[in-house]
Design a protein around this ligand. Structure first.
Ligand SMILES: [Zn+2]
Length: 172
């Protein structure tokens, strides 16, 4: 089921886009991870009061869920495009078996894979599951997925054969 409309169910796990755009009453009782607060206050300091006014539940995913999320992300090839926070909120959804609210198509993809319900914040969301591979732009060699989220966005290193740049490509 593609859950792209609100059903009145509360207590979802929220991504940062939902934290920013949803009204306070809608945030009450929802789940978030502590590192989201740090990120949000750094990028949108004016949102700090709003976030602190909402009755959010700040919780870390357990190790087992984090491992499941990691395994799934390596399997689909999404890991190379994820941040720590992305992986954390996916793991929290798996841990709590709660709906994930996200506009990130990688997270939507992974939620589908994990059989976790998801809803989009502002967009329509994905309509199929995608798999990704890290491909050399020159010799086309496929590199293995990283085992951890990227610290730098879109920096996937170099091809170990020819030293050219790697790109994340959708598998056909
Ligand atoms: Zn190469």
């Amino acid at each position: 089921m593609w859950a792209t409309t609100r059903t009145g169910v509360t207590n979802e796990v929220l991504d940062t886009a939902a934290l920013i755009s949803w009204p306070i009453v809608r945030l009450n009782g929802c789940y978030v991870i502590p590192s989201q607060r740090i990120e949000l206050c750094r990028i949108y300091p004016e949102k700090e009061i709003k976030i602190d006014s909402a009755e959010l539940i700040w919780i870390e995913p357990d190790k087992k869920s984090l491992q499941s999320a990691t395994n799934l992300a390596i399997e689909t090839g999404d890991m190379a495009g994820l941040s720590e926070i992305d992986l954390g909120i996916l793991a929290l959804s798996i841990h709590l078996k709660k709906t994930l609210v996200t506009d990130d198509y990688r997270l939507q993809n992974l939620a589908e894979k994990a059989s976790i319900d998801w809803i989009a914040v502002t967009t329509d969301g994905i309509t199929e599951i995608w798999n990704w591979e890290l491909k050399c732009i020159a010799c086309k060699k496929i590199s293995p997925q990283p085992e951890k989220p990227n610290l730098k966005k879109a920096d996937w290193g170099r091809c170990e054969d020819c030293g050219s740049e790697l790109k994340l490509k959708k598998m056909k």
